[in-house]
Design a protein around this ligand. Sequence first.
Ligand code: NAP
Length: 257
Amino acid sequence: MTDLKNKIVLITGASAGIGAACANVFAAQGAKLILNARRETRIDELSDQLKKEFGIEIQKLIFDIRSLDQVKQAFNSLPEEWKNVDILVNNAGLAIGTDKFQDADLADWEQVLDTNIKGLIYITKEVLPNMIKRESGHIINLGSIAGREVYIGGNIYCATKFAVNAISKAIRADTLDKKIRVSSVDPGMVETEFSIVRFRGDEEKAKNVYKGLQPLTPEDIADAVLFCATRPPHVNINEILLTPLAQASAFYAVREE
Ligand code: NAP
């Protein structure tokens, strides 16, 4: 088992859902956390809770992952020793809308592409050089079942998650001689703020996504992320695909009345 005590774990998109759940499980292991998101109040509240509960050290990094300048500035503002990140959880991401390709808004797509692909690349490019120097580190990317199957209205969100799948494989191949671990955790339906964001704040529509079935929880995903992170150093979990029991693929789910 890899002991996570005092390991430095950077989590993007830690202000909600899966990212916040990951912060909790790593904090429980005694890791030191760097927590990123745009909503500072959320990160402050989470940090206070985790410091009180687990007595760990936390750095907050408030930046919009779509901005290369903000990413670079924030990472460079960290105290030197905190720049040696042991585990990077690339979690920040979103979908907007379920419009068909021909109807969807380009500006929405730009935001999804910039967050899910470019943002992930920006922060990884900051963190990876120190991992390579130390020949140690673990990158855990949040992919999705949408990175394996394309469903109607999924279009560019699916494309970004297919890209995350390719990027995970690419980093794994390119750093193979550098002792860097790379994992992709790919969930099906998880009830978070994801659908509320996707439906632009329409909570009714968001609730309907999970109607009649028991979705995964953010804690279920954090558990899978933790599993990847705690394997013995010679083991690399390449991919985990997890869905609710009631979901077999992006197309098949069984719902009770
Ligand atoms: P969520 O509850 O909406 O959380 C998304 C997080 O991403 C928030 O903390 C948000 O923080 C952050 N974020 C979004 N845009 C950002 C930006 N430009 N810069 C920095 N942070 C940003 O959704 P979630 O379900 O936990 O999603 C987490 C990841 O899991 C995503 O990559 C998503 O694609 C993936 N996923 C989710 C599901 C699902 O069913 N929920 C399924 C498969 C994969 P701020 O708004 O405060 O910046």
